[in-house]
Ligand binder design. Structure first.
Ligand SMILES: Cc1cc2nc3c(=O)[nH]c(=O)nc-3n(C[C@H](O)[C@H](O)[C@H](O)COP(=O)(O)OP(=O)(O)OC[C@H]3O[C@@H](n4cnc5c(N)ncnc54)[C@H](O)[C@@H]3O)c2cc1C
Length: 384
């Protein structure tokens, strides 16, 4: 699993506290230990890598391949589909831990409404295989540039956690992102069910319920409006240090949204796997069946840091992403990025579209490289 569970280790006395990244951006208090995010990422990655095959794995091909895709979520698989259909040799390496794994179904995706994420991805893997793409269940430990071939083409080396190695001409990074939750005791275990973040992913499912929005940054008040569209019963719990501006107070008052500025002690379970409310500092329990949070998002860089990809901040204290240009091209020659790793706001459809675009662009660049090599070889032959 990714980050959600990590904040469960926060002391029970914590009031609402946001992430270290939020603190750095000045929007919320720094009550999460500085090492939490890093150690969380490392331990989640190690756990996933040690967990064994997440899905069926093909044999690793020998010799040079055209493209290695790191990450087999919607973005990586759609990139691989485009490449495989272009008769490119493509290998997808996937550790089987997609961001939406806790969700029961995918929503807002035409033609796939309610499909369980695992089923959607299993279908995608078969589609890639149908055109000759190779799917490896495993984790990349290190990907790095390996110079150029004698005829000037780019080369990359990709080492898997299990010790196997691949050589590729191009790389598509589609590793997704990690969500860092506010460090409220009891919150993480409900992630993706009673604790949600996205009105388009789960909004319909929580309509008309008693919803609490945990406001860890000023932008959380936009989330309040989004969920107020779905339920008349909204309460905002404001984190220490978050300023509520006059416009937000007026909007909340006009829409019948109560603002609570007492610290949160913990999320209270209902004994059946759901949420029954939140306990405020001082002991009062406010009944709520759903909590909305804004996560801090960061690209998953485990195994791809050797590519030295540039990252940039996402405005509003939302986190970071890998920088990219047209069709996911990065500043590192031969490396593309797609999906949540570079587009944190992308839902499944947009992530898949980003992957498709990157796959098409990679093939477009490879056909030119192949043609140029053919011309060089033809000239050499003619001159001999
Ligand atoms: C709780 C929740 C519910 C959601 N519900 C919806 C919804 O209903 N509808 C919707 O459209 N969107 C939903 N989303 C958003 C959705 O999860 C993302 O849009 C989507 O997962 C992005 O796809 P991706 O391919 O970029 O990344 P991911 O799906 O996260 O895939 C990345 C893959 O890369 C792998 N990986 C990472 N590092 C490595 C490595 N080093 N080596 C090998 N593999 C690696 C991971 O294991 C993972 O399988 C939800 C998100 C959350 C958190």
């Amino acid at each position: 699993m990714t980050s959600p569970t990590a904040s469960a280790s926060t002391p029970a006395s914590a009031s609402i506290s946001a992430s270290a990244s939020d603190a750095a951006s000045g929007t919320a208090p720094a009550s999460v230990p500085a090492d939490v995010a890093g150690s969380r990422a490392a331990s989640a990655f190690a756990a996933a890598a040690a967990a064994g095959p997440a899905h069926e794995s093909d044999p690793l091909p020998e010799g040079l391949i055209d493209v290695v895709v790191i990450g087999g979520g919607a973005a990586g698989l759609n990139g691989a589909l485009m490449l495989a259909r272009s008769r490119r040799s493509v290998v997808v390496i996937d550790s089987g831990d997609p961001r939406n794994a806790p969700a029961d179904g995918i929503h807002g995706l035409l033609g796939n409404e309610g499909t369980p994420p695992a089923e959607f991805l299993a279908r995608g893997r078969e589609e890639v295989r149908h055109y000759g793409g190779v799917i490896i269940s495993g984790a990349v430990a290190e990907a790095r540039p390996a110079g150029r071939s004698a005829d000037g083409d780019l080369r990359f080396t990709v080492d898997l956690v299990d010790g196997r190695r691949l050589a590729a001409r191009r790389v598509l990074v589609a590793t997704g992102l990690r969500d860092e939750l506010p460090a409220v005791p009891g919150l993480a275990e409900h992630w993706g069910h009673g604790v949600v973040h996205c009105p388009y992913c789960h909004g319909w499912e929580v309509r008309d319920q008693a919803i609490g929005v945990i406001a860890t940054r000023p932008a959380s008040f936009h989330q309040v409006l989004m969920f107020r569209q779905l339920s008349d019963d909204i309460i905002v719990f404001v984190a220490d240090g978050v300023e509520v501006d006059q416009a937000s107070r007026e909007r909340c008052a006009a829409l019948g949204v109560r603002i609570v500025e007492t610290g949160l002690e913990e999320v209270v379970g209902d004994g059946a796997g759901g949420i029954s409310g939140v306990r405020l500092v001082g002991g009062e329990v406010v009944p709520r069946s759903v909590l909305v949070v804004a996560t801090v998002m960061g690209p998953r860089l485990d195994g791809v840091d050797g590519l030295s990809l540039a990252t940039e901040e996402v405005p509003g204290g939302m986190g970071e992403k890998i920088s990219s240009g047209m069709a996911g091209a990065t500043e590192v020659p031969g490396v593309w990025v797609a999906g949540n790793a570079t587009d944190p706001g992308a839902q499944v459809g947009a992530a898949a579209a980003g992957g498709a675009l990157a796959g098409a662009h990679i093939n477009g660049m490879l056909v030119v490289a192949d043609a140029d090599r053919a011309v060089a070889a033809a000239r050499e032959h003619a001159a001999a």
